[in-house]
Design a protein around this ligand. Structure first.
Ligand code: 7PJ
Length: 381
């Protein structure tokens, strides 16, 4: 499969463009590039050749400056210090905008749901949906779901994500009472043990009940766009994951189209963060997720993964969920859901290379092993 680049390559950094807009949001972006780790990251930062990426221990040493011109998204890459000089020389607006992005990328992330984000966090998926495509409904009984959650925690999961409504493309909606009956016993039992539980739901009533039962995170594939969701989330005080989806689960894979997938998703997430803040939700509670597989072709998913570090500019932790998704098979050999672990790991490790803080996975022990080796390689210890 050939994957077209999301961006068109420009000859160099843009000069003399008309930047005189009230805000450069939606026009000018910074994709951290040349990402290094460990001693190299520390050395680059000290020398002024790089800047940290949140608390990840990574630093970016080059800036891929991306700008929109109508439907075209252009990209030009420059070494970090050169990019900073360019922004200052270009205009006050550009310097201010780029400066804000750099500060957001490098800003410390406060603990999210009590989790310190200086190492990758593993979110284990516990599905209580009988028609879940990837595990054939084996988690239907609450006891089985709880046992599976504890096994994941034992294996090194930091968060347990409990879901009770199917989001599979083409899946029928689950009635609210049914969703509550499936998730609440599991949320309660897992939270009781002091484990960080996230509730994967789009419904305000389920959010409220799950947080009352001990959930610390609301994980919403509709980014709190549902009726009453913003208010319920704000009132709960819980941490939040805002995910991007184009369209609705039933039809989202029909013909997803973007002007530029990575940028359109960035703009959407920026808008949802603003909506959260307007509803009284502290930015520090929010994580963002580009929503792999949700209204995206395999090429869109690959483009988003290639540009994942862009989302650090939103100033929030990045959550990535590629586990067993169809795009893995589409990019490979059409493997079934349980045969997609190698491709899943490849996508998640690429995400960690870009500084993603949280990965959402079905296969916890295998992911823990991969992440441990990744950490050792990155830190060099
Ligand atoms: C995601 C999710 C994801 C977040 C699902 C599946 C479909 N929540 N819930 N991110 N995917 N935050 O697991 O294949 O990618 S359900």
């Amino acid at each position: 499969m050939t994957i077209p680049s999301a961006f068109r390559r420009a000859a160099g950094l843009p000069r003399g463009l008309d930047w005189a807009a009230a805000s450069l949001d939606g026009r000018l972006y910074l994709l951290p590039a040349g990402i290094v780790a460990g001693e190299q990251a520390a050395a680059a930062i000290v020398a002024g050749h790089g800047w940290p990426i949140a608390d990840s221990g990574l630093a970016f040493t080059a800036g891929a400056v991306v700008w929109r011109d109508g439907d075209t998204a252009w990209v030009a890459l420059a070494p970090y210090a050169e990019m900073v000089d360019w922004a200052e020389a270009e205009s006050e607006e550009v310097a201010r905008h780029l400066g804000r992005l750099v500060r957001r990328i490098g800003g410390r992330r406060v603990p999210w749901a009590g989790l310190v984000l200086d190492r990758p966090q593993i979110m284990g998926i516990v599905n209580t949906t009988p028609d879940s495509f990837s595990d054939g409904g084996k988690h239907l009984a609450a006891e089985v779901a709880v046992a599976s959650a504890f096994a994941m925690v034992e294996a090194g999961a930091d968060i347990i994500d409990v879901g009770g409504g199917s989001t599979r493309p083409g899946a029928a909606p689950v009635p609210r009472d049914e969703e509550l009956a499936r998730v609440l016993p599991v949320v309660r039992a897992v939270a009781e043990k002091g484990v960080a539980v996230s509730i994967d739901t789009r419904h305000a009533a389920v959010m409220e009940a799950a947080v009352a039962a001990g959930a610390k995170i609301i994980n919403d594939i509709t980014a709190l766009e549902g009726e009453g969701a913003l208010t319920a989330a704000a009132r709960s005080g819980a941490a939040i994951c805002l995910m991007h989806m184009q369209g609705q689960p039933q039809t989202m894979q029909d013909n997803p189209t973007y002007r530029c997938a990575p940028l359109d998703i960035y703009d959407y997430l920026a808008g949802r963060i603003a909506a959260c803040e307007a509803a009284g939700i502290d930015r520090a509670l929010i994580a963002t997720d580009p929503g792999i597989g949700f209204g995206k072709t395999p090429a869109h998913n690959a483009q988003v993964l290639a540009a994942l570090a862009l989302y650090h500019g939103l100033g929030c932790p990045i959550l990535l969920g590629a586990s067993r998704k169809r795009f893995v098979a589409a990019l490979s050999n059409g493997e079934g859901p349980t045969e997609r672990l190698p491709g899943t790991l490849a996508a998640h490790l690429a995400g960690l290379d870009a500084g993603a803080q949280i990965i959402r996975v079905h296969d916890v022990p295998e992911t823990v092993q991969a992440v441990k080796v990744w950490q050792a390689v990155k830190s060099g210890t």
